[in-house]
Write a protein that binds this ligand. Structure first.
Ligand code: FPP
Length: 252
């Protein structure tokens, strides 16, 4: 993975160690709807506020030298929500891409979308394609948005792609190993998340990055996503830095 430009790094809070920062943070942004409902507002307001929180988090990761941020923005199961909410979320995506792309290009952010993108509205697909190609050569933080993403569906499509190669004689069954599987996931080429944050107190993976989070450290915040600010992220990083990551081995 490309290294985040060193010159732009901002000072870390004094209780965090730069050499122990996660390279890749993933977030399950839960609680937008509840945040709005508690204020007597429509759920859409919570989603809009959620976008602001995500923008702040991206900036914070970039400031502090974290190389990759992946956000779970729409799951393969989210289609079962009321049509009005699904349509709102699709339109919100288009609006955010339209409004933020120029700044992300300027800020050197590399945008990537993962998921079954071919099921998305055509207009959104072309905006996504455009955002990825406009930022493809950027050298800064990699910002991955999981859209129409499901971990099981990702594994199924990887199995299909691998089986096809075997059938065509391009791959031997005996040569299928973890690296081959990883290369056929949507996330190919990106290191696995070191830290997975979920907000709103729920303790589930909800079909997110099932393969990639095998050794991720989990951090559950009770805060609802729109309230997950820089101080909350600081707390998550502090907790992460206290962990003893052994990857199945013994204490180092
Ligand atoms: C979960 O809260 C949130 C979502 C399903 C959508 C998250 C999407 C965004 C924050 C927009 C991101 C946009 C871009 C362009 C990246 P919930 O609705 O499940 O909340 P609840 O559990 O309180 O109902």
């Amino acid at each position: 993975m490309t290294t985040t430009k060193q010159t732009a790094l901002k000072e870390l809070p004094s209780d965090l160690r730069r050499d122990r920062l996660p390279q890749h943070v993933a977030v399950i942004m839960d609680g937008n709807g509840r945040w709005a409902t508690r204020r007597g507002l429509p759920r859409s307001v919570g989603h809009r506020q959620g976008v602001e929180t995500l923008k702040q988090l991206l900036r914070c990761c970039d400031d502090w030298g974290i190389q990759a941020l992946t956000a779970y923005a729409f799951s393969t199961e989210n289609w079962t929500r009321p049509l009005e909410e699904v349509e709102f979320l699709m339109t919100l995506f288009e609006r955010v891409l339209r409004q933020e792309l120029d700044e992300m290009v300027r800020e050197d952010v590399r945008i990537r979308f993962v998921g079954r993108l071919t099921d998305l509205p055509k207009n959104l697909q072309s905006m996504i394609e455009n955002a990825m190609s406009a930022t493809r050569h950027n050298q800064g933080i990699q910002f991955t948005i999981a859209k129409n993403y499901g971990g099981r569906q990702e594994l199924v499509q990887a199995c299909q792609a691998i089986a096809q190669k075997v059938q065509q004689g391009d791959l031997n069954t005996a040569d299928i190993d973890e690296a081959v599987v990883a290369e056929h996931l949507y996330t190919a080429g990106t290191c696995d998340p070191d830290l997975l944050i979920r907000t709103s107190g729920e303790m589930r993976l909800s079909n997110f990055l099932l393969w990639q989070t095998a050794y991720a450290e989990l951090y559950i915040a009770d805060t609802l996503w729109p309230d997950f600010d820089r101080a909350e992220f600081h707390r998550a990083l502090f907790s992460y830095q206290q962990r003893d990551r052994r990857f199945g081995g013994l204490k180092r």
